[in-house]
Write a protein that binds this ligand. Structure first.
Ligand code: THR
Ligand code: THR
Lengths: 167, 167
């Protein structure tokens, strides 16, 4: 039986940016990421959850390298004009902790096990994003080390299986 | 120069469920996905964006196979008791359109190009989730075929590169 989880990654080099209340109509996601791309801003995660029916807007969250924050600040004015968001949130206190494995698909308990492990340590999960081979949680930087140790233990991974990107 | 995008997938077999206003404290993500796992519910995407500071809650969205909707409906009562959400949204009109490629990381324009392609066809992007090798957008089922054709053209993919999961 293959182990479903074979690796763990921790990335403390990113910041999360949320653009709030973007009108939920065609064109706005394209506009936002074209602006960022034209600035040469490389984006890691992009998360857009669902549109509020109350005012037909959606929030778009993404992460960039923290060294790119000055570059991002240069496009804030343009983003405001183009998208007219209600608000911006910039969260620098994030560490992206991910479990990785080819065997995770159709194994319902894996995500639950990761979240429960963090819960037992009272570590709040700020953001979640998944693919077939990866489940990523954003936690506060102060909890990253403890999260990594606990997940290694729970998923029976040794130190060699951990990829660590310092902030 | 390697092509950054080498494949495209379209999956019309899923439904999106959003649990709104889950208290943003440790334990709730674990509780939710343990409940689903214990019911044998396989989850594809999980998306949790960011917590509203106004009432300290977060919305958790996920997708399941539409044939599992009856099974999900059996746990709704329990979910309400455990998490006390303000609302549930079930959206059956989704097709998950994804571009895939090993070369996408650190290529800022790729996501923008995907979103702009959909925008030009007036196709609204309901949800976005990414990993290093995959960018997924949820669109209405009626637009899936058109989205696939346009993305194949823009990223120069032939039919063989498309994986299609019928709903
Ligand atoms: C909010 C944004 O993603 C919008 N729905 C779009 O299609 O561009
Ligand atoms: C909202 C939910 O993800 C919560 N933050 C938790 O850690 O479980």
């Amino acid at each position: 039986l293959h182990k479903p989880v074979t690796g763990l990654a921790c990335d403390s080099s990113q910041v999360r940016i949320v653009i709030c209340d973007v009108p939920d109509k065609p064109g706005n996601a394209g506009r936002l990421f074209s602006l960022l791309a034209n600035k040469g801003l490389s984006v890691d995660m992009i998360i857009q959850s669902y549109a509020r029916s109350s005012n037909n807007t959606n929030d778009i969250a993404f992460t960039i390298d923290k060294t790119d924050l000055p570059k991002f600040n240069e496009v804030v004015g343009e983003l405001k004009n183009e998208l007219n968001p209600s608000n911006f949130h910039i969260d620098e206190d994030i560490a992206k902790v991910s479990i990785v494995g080819a065997g995770m698909i159709d194994r319902p308990g894996i995500a639950a096990k990761m979240f429960e492990t963090l819960a037992q340590l009272e570590i709040n999960i700020k953001m979640i994003s998944t693919s077939e081979i990866k489940i990523s949680c954003l936690v506060e930087k102060a909890h990253a080390k403890e999260a990594v140790a606990a997940l290694c233990s729970v998923f029976e991974l040794d130190g060699a299986a951990v990829a660590d990107v310092k902030g």
